[in-house]
Design a protein around this ligand. Structure first.
Ligand SMILES: [Zn+2]
Length: 508
C-alpha cells in the first residue's frame, strides 16, 4: 500500500464558501477517493487561512474580534464540506497553536541555514489586500488589481524583511526540467517557466503594523517586531499538518499532490518550493493548478454579485448530482461554466435516464425473472469493454483528467450509454429458449453496474454506496484491482426509492 498525501488550498476566512471553493474541494475529494479506491493510504487535508490584513479588515468591518470571525467561518466552511461529502479527515487552521509553532520553526530553520537569503529593505508599492500581494504595473488596470477590481489598492511604504527569491530561479528551472510532472497541467507549467525565465524578484515577507499575524522571528533593525506575510504563514500549512517539526512528520512529507487554483499557482510552484529548498526540506511531488468555473459565463465573484447558493443546490438535488455535474462539465485541466440548463441536461440524460434507469430496470428484471438472485451466467461479450473502461479510468485518474475518468465507466458501448436495457423483458422471459439469453444479459448488466458503482463512487459517493447495496453483494465496495474478476452471480438484489428523480419532480 502506498501513501498519498493530498491537500486542497486553504481558504481565506473572510466570506462564505462559494462555487469556486466547492469546485476545487470536490475535485480534490474525487482524487482522494479515487486513490483510496486504488488501494492507497490517503491523507487528505484542507483548512482555513486565518491571518492577514484581509481577515483583519473583514473582522473590523463587522465590528468583531478577528478570532471570533475565523472561528465562525471555519465552522461554516467545515459544515459545507461535510454536506458536500468531502472526505478530508484533516482540517488545518492557521491560527492553531501547532501551526503557529510550525511556521516559526520553519522560518527559523530558513534563517539559520541561509541567513543571506533574508535582508531588510525599505519598500513602497501598491498592495492588494484581496491577493495579499504587492502588485506590479502590468497587474494593475484603472488603478485596481485585475483580480480585485472592486478593492482599493493600498499605497504602502514600509521597511520589511525580504526573502531572496531571485536566488532560486536557477534551482526552480532545473527542478521543473528534471520533474516534468511537478507542475501541471501543461499550460500552468508554461506560465511558470516563462515567469522564472523572465527573472524572479525578491519578495517582502513581513508586514509592519500587522498584528493579526504570526510574529516574524527577527525584529527589524529599528527593533520593531513585524507580522509574517500571510503567504509565508499559509503555505507551510501543508507541512505543519504532518506534525512538523515534531513527531513522525517525515512519514507524510513530502506531499504527493497540492491542488490549487490557477490564480495561486505561482505561490505554490515558485515561492513554496523556494522556501522548502531554503529550509533544506523535500519539495511536494506534484502541484496541480486547476482552472476557474464561471457562472453563466462570468467568473464567480462575491464583490460582483455573481453567485450560486450552494445550500440551495444541495437542498434540491443532494450533494452527489452537483458533484457529478461539476466534474463532468468542467474540465479539470481548463476553465468551464456552470449553468442550470446544462445541469438539467446532464442530470436527465446521464443520471436519471442513464445510470438511474439502467439500475432500476435491471434490478426489477432480476427480481421479476430471477427471483431476485443475479444469475450465475457468463457474459464474455462485455469483459473486453470493462477491461477497456478500467484501463481508461486508471489512465485518466493518474493523469488527473477527472472529467475523462468520470466518462469512462458508462462511456461508448455501455448499456447505460444506450439509454435503456437492450433486452425486451416480455419476449425473452416468457419463452423458455430465451431465458438463457435473458440471464446472461441481466448478469452482464449487473456486472457493468457493479463496476460503474465502484469507479463512479468518488463522484457520487452516497448514491453509489446505495446502488451498490441494492445490487446485493454481501461485501463493501471493492477496490479497483478486484473489479476485473468481480463475480456477481448469486447476489440478492433489492429495490428502493428512485436514485435520481427527474429534475422537474425535485422540489424547487
Ligand atoms: Zn488582488
Amino acid at each position: 500500500m502506498s501513501r498519498f498525501y493530498i491537500t486542497a488550498a486553504i481558504d481565506y476566512a473572510n466570506g462564505d464558501p462559494h462555487l469556486g471553493h466547492a469546485f476545487e474541494k470536490i475535485g480534490a475529494d474525487v482524487i482522494a477517493r479515487s486513490r483510496r479506491l486504488m488501494g492507497d493510504e490517503v491523507r487528505f487535508c484542507m483548512g482555513m487561512d486565518e491571518h492577514g490584513q484581509k481577515v483583519a479588515q473583514a473582522a473590523a468591518a463587522e465590528g468583531v474580534d478577528p478570532q471570533a470571525l475565523v472561528d465562525r467561518l471555519s465552522g461554516r466552511f467545515r459544515a459545507m464540506w461535510e454536506r458536500l461529502g468531502i472526505s478530508n479527515e484533516r482540517w488545518v487552521r492557521t491560527t492553531d497553536a501547532h501551526h503557529r509553532r510550525g511556521v516559526g520553526a520553519l522560518v527559523e530553520r530558513c534563517l539559520q541555514r541561509n541567513p543571506g537569503d533574508f535582508y531588510e529593505k525599505a519598500y513602497e508599492g501598491y498592495y492588494c489586500v484581496g491577493c495579499e500581494l504587492f502588485k506590479r504595473d502590468h497587474e494593475i488596470v484603472d488603478g485596481r488589481c485585475i483580480l480585485h477590481p472592486t478593492r482599493e489598492l493600498q499605497w504602502t511604504e514600509e521597511r520589511n524583511w525580504f526573502f531572496r527569491l531571485s536566488a532560486y530561479g536557477e534551482f526552480l528551472r532545473r527542478h521543473l526540467d528534471l520533474h516534468p510532472g511537478f507542475l501541471q497541467p501543461e499550460s500552468r507549467r508554461n506560465e511558470i517557466l516563462a515567469l522564472i525565465d523572465g527573472g524572479l524578484e525578491d519578495i517582502s515577507v513581513t508586514r509592519a503594523r500587522l498584528s493579526w499575524a504570526i510574529p516574524f522571528p527577527r525584529p527589524t533593525s529599528d527593533g520593531v517586531e513585524q507580522g509574517t506575510w500571510v503567504w509565508f504563514d499559509a503555505l507551510p500549512n501543508y507541512l505543519t499538518d504532518t506534525g512538523y517539526p515534531e513527531g513522525d512528520w517525515e512519514a507524510w512529507w513530502p506531499a504527493q499532490l497540492h491542488v490549487v487554483g490557477k490564480d495561486i499557482t505561482r505561490l505554490h510552484a515558485v515561492i513554496w518550493p523556494a522556501m522548502l529548498q531554503c529550509a533544506g526540506l523535500p519539495l511536494p511531488e506534484r502541484v496541480w493548478g486547476h482552472g476557474f468555473v464561471t457562472l453563466g459565463g462570468e467568473r464567480f465573484s462575491k464583490s460582483a454579485g455573481v453567485g450560486l447558493d450552494l445550500g440551495e443546490v444541495i437542498d434540491r438535488f443532494g450533494p452527489d448530482p452537483f458533484r457529478y455535474f461539476l466534474m463532468r462539465e468542467v474540465p479539470w485541466d481548463a476553465d468551464g461554466n456552470f449553468s442550470w440548463e446544462r445541469f438539467a441536461e446532464r442530470y436527465t440524460s446521464e443520471l436519471a435516464n442513464g445510470l438511474g434507469n439502467l439500475a432500476s430496470r435491471t434490478i426489477s428484471m432480476v427480481e421479476k425473472y430471477c427471483g431476485g438472485l443475479v444469475p450465475d451466467a457468463a457474459h464474455p461479450e462485455i469483459e473486453a469493454r470493462i477491461a477497456e473502461a478500467l484501463a481508461e479510468y486508471r489512465r485518466s485518474m493518474d493523469a488527473l483528467l477527472l472529467h475523462e475518468g468520470a466518462a469512462a465507466p458508462l462511456g461508448p458501448g455501455s448499456a447505460a450509454e444506450a439509454g435503456v436495457p437492450a433486452v425486451g423483458p416480455g419476449k425473452l422471459a416468457t419463452e423458455p429458449e430465451g431465458s438463457a439469453d435473458l440471464h446472461a444479459s441481466l448478469a452482464a448488466r449487473v456486472r457493468e453496474l457493479a463496476v460503474a458503482s465502484a469507479l463512479l463512487s468518488p463522484l457520487l459517493p452516497a448514491k453509489l454506496e446505495e446502488l451498490w447495496s441494492r445490487l446485493g453483494s454481501a461485501r463493501p465496495l471493492p477496490c479497483f484491482h478486484e473489479l476485473e474478476g468481480l463475480a456477481v452471480g448469486g447476489w440478492q438484489v433489492g429495490t428502493g426509492e428512485v436514485l435520481f428523480p427527474r429534475p422537474e419532480l425535485v422540489a424547487g
